[in-house]
Design a protein around this ligand. Structure first.
Ligand code: NAP
Length: 304
């Protein structure tokens, strides 16, 4: 099976490319240096030339706060990019898995969000991703939109690595305790995408549409941070002595975040028999890989 992965140097794309190759799949990975997904003609050429069995879009403009000032770019990448891919996929009769986000929801609902809950994006990034989802759903019947949340991984920039760094620099940290969500290991998400890819290949009655995938359970950023330090303390000694919970109001950001971005993942279990691991189990596993991978610093240096 041949899969074209856009955004292959990002957190999710990188895992997807490595895991796909490990599974014996033919992965063509491209990132911004090779192809700008906002460039319609380049996307059409690429999708036509590669002639993959499946396209996975892991490319995105993910700088949530910077998007407030760079709205045009955010919409070009997150709305027009997926639209270009969906159009090219339709021409080539190729299915598309498009990755999306918990931020498309408003965050003011009680309990977990289901795939059918209305989108109510709060900022530019969120709106641009919501528009991208809409474009894919409108332009291409054979699509899976996979909404995930709070992504971290061994490769790339994320909350876990920020905490590990700050834990070495400061004695006291304040972390927001009134936003609730589901931390998701990029490696788990890549596994889920590849499991869907195999089913797209094999199944006759594929159930296209929107799905949620994120770590099982829920926590706040503060809860996430304390678990990171609890688990990582077995690998290194930190300077940080205390992690304090603070409200969002104590840490103002340009883009508003959803207070509740817990995603209900029962549909992906029903349709594809995919069950996420608990977020704590995945975090422990990621930290184990992170601390025991001698190559990680080289990969990080290359990326930064
Ligand atoms: N990170 C999260 O917490 C989170 C949460 C929910 C959903 N998601 C979604 O999950 C997906 C993957 O996120 P991620 O964390 O893996 O993101 P990431 O690490 O930022 O990777 C995205 C990749 O896309 C590339 N890219 C940016 N603009 C592009 C363009 N115009 N054409 C082609 N490639 C471009 C980026 O390159 P540069 O780095 O050079 O810009 C980067 O390599 C995205 O759809 C994101 O919206 C992420």
């Amino acid at each position: 099976m041949k899969i074209l992965v856009t955004g292959s140097k990002g957190q999710v794309g990188w895992e997807l490319r490595n895991k796909g190759v490990d599974q014996g799949l033919t992965i063509t990975g491209v990132d911004i240096e090779e192809i700008d997904i906002a460039d319609k003609r380049a996307v059409e050429e690429l999708v036509g030339d590669v002639a993959a069995d499946l396209v996975v879009n892991a490319a995105a403009y993910t700088a949530v706060d910077a998007a407030e000032e760079n709205a045009e770019l955010a919409f070009q990448v997150n709305r027009d990019g997926p639209a270009n891919l969906a159009t090219a996929c339709r021409q080539g009769k190729t299915p598309l898995v498009h990755i999306s986000t918990d931020y498309v929801y408003g965050g003011d609902q009680e309990g977990a969000y289901g795939e059918d809950d209305p989108m109510a994006p709060l900022g530019v990034y969120a709106q641009s991703k919501a528009d991208g989802d809409q474009a894919v759903a409108t332009l291409l019947a054979e699509h899976v939109i996979l909404r995930t949340a709070w992504v971290y991984g061994v490769h790339g920039h994320n909350f876990v690595k920020t905490m590990l760094r700050l834990g070495q620099e400061r004695e006291q940290l304040s972390v927001v305790d009134d936003q609730t969500g589901c931390p998701t290991d990029a490696a788990d998400l890549a596994d889920a995408i590849l499991a869907i890819a195999h089913q797209i290949r094999q199944r006759e009655n594929m159930q296209w549409g929107v799905y949620h995938f994120c770590g099982r359970g829920q926590t706040t950023w503060y809860g996430f941070a304390t678990e990171i330090f609890r688990l990582a303390s077995q690998y290194e000694t930190f300077k940080v002595k205390s992690v304090e919970p603070v409200p969002t109001s104590a840490y103002p950001t340009p883009a508003k975040r959803p207070a509740n971005s817990v995603l209900d993942c029962s549909k992906i279990k029903r349709s594809f028999n995919i069950v996420p691991r608990t977020w704590e189990e995945s975090l422990a596993d990621m930290l184990e890989r992170y601390y025991h991978n001698p190559k990680r610093s080289i990969k990080e240096e290359r990326r930064s």
